[in-house]
Design a protein around this ligand. Sequence first.
Ligand SMILES: [Zn+2]
Length: 383
Amino acid sequence: MVLAIVSVLALSAGRQPPWPEHVGPETGTAEEAVARVLDLIAGGEWAEVTDLVTTRHGLDQPAMARLLQLALEPPGDLERWAITGSEPGDPVLVTIVCQFSRVPRVTLQLEAFAAAEGWRVGHVFPPLALPSVNWLVAATERLQLRVWPGHRGDLDSLVRLGEQGFDQALGPLLAGDEPLPGWASVPVTVYVFESKQQLGAAAHRPPSARLLGTTYANAVLMVSSAERSDQSFYQLLVHELNHLLLWRYARARDPAPAAIPAWLSEGMAGLAAGQLEGRRREDFFRSQPSLSRVLGLPTPGDLAEAFNTSPVAGHWRQWTYEYAFALAEYLTMRHGPDALRRLVDMIGDGLSSAGALVELTGVTVEELTLDWHGWLLRRMPGS
Ligand SMILES: [Zn+2]
C-alpha cells in the first residue's frame, strides 16, 4: 500500500487545477478527526498522531502510525490540505487533497472509525482508481452493486444471492442469542471487474494470477465469473465479505484491535465460503504426504509464518490457504461453530494466537497439532 501511494504521488505531479474548496469540518464528525490528524502531521507531531490512529491488517498502533508516516514521507512535508468530501459507511472515507513540499497535488483518502471515545483515523491510501465505464448498477438491502458492463449475469446473481452471501459471511461472527450489532447492517459496495488486471489497477496493486478478490476500504472488489478460477463467484463474494466484516467485528470490540493472524482470518473466510470443497478438496488430499512423512505437515505456527513471509520452505507451501481452511474446519468441528470467533475474542483480549489455541482446546499446541495432522491424514472425517 505504501508503494502504491508513492507511485500515485509520482503520477500526480505536474497537473495544477485550481485548489479545491475545503469542506469545513463540523464538531464531532469524522472530517474533524481527519482535520486534527492532518494538522498534527503538518506540524510533524507524530507521537500525537499515534494516539489517534487505529490499526488494520495486523499492526499495532505505533506500527500503524509509522506506516502512515512512511506513506507520507516521500512527498515531503505536508504544506497544505483540504477536505473535499466524505463517503458514509463503516469506515467513513474522507477525501483530502494535499500539497507536499515535493509533490504539488495529490488526492488521498483516510478511513475514519467511530469509537466510544470519539473518531479515530486509520489507513491513508489513494482512492480506488475506477475507470470511467458504464457500470451496471443495482442494490440489495446491504450491498451497493457496481458490475463491469457486459456482465449482466453477475449483476443478476449478486441481486439474487447477495443478501444470502452477506448472511453467510456474517455467520461465524454472530453469537446466536444476541441482537444484531450495528456494524452488521452498514452497506458494503461490491465492484465486479472484467479481469484481474482491471481489479489490480483499481486497487493500485500489481497484477497477480491469484488476485481474484480483495477488500479496499469499505468495498469488496472481485473479478467477474468469466475469469476462470478454482472457486465460484459466490464463494469469492462470501470470502471477501467475511474479511470486511471480521475487521468491523474486531474494531467494534476494541477501537485499536490486536492483530488477527492470517491463518485465522483466511481460515474463517474460507470456511464461511465453503471453499475447501469438491475438486479443490480432492486436490488438497492428493497433495498430502504419506503417513510416514507426517512431520512434514505445517504446524499452526508454520502457517502463521507462511502468510507473512514468502517463499517458505516446505512441500505444503503452495497449499497455504487450503491448510488454513482445513485448520479452521478442524477447530470448528472439534470445538463448536463459534470456535473461530472465540479465538478472535481471546486474541483481541491480549492472548497470543498460540495462547488462544491452548485456551480454546485445553491441550498444548503440540498435542493439538498432532491431533489435527491425524485428522487431515484421515481425510478430514465428520465434516
Ligand atoms: Zn482472503
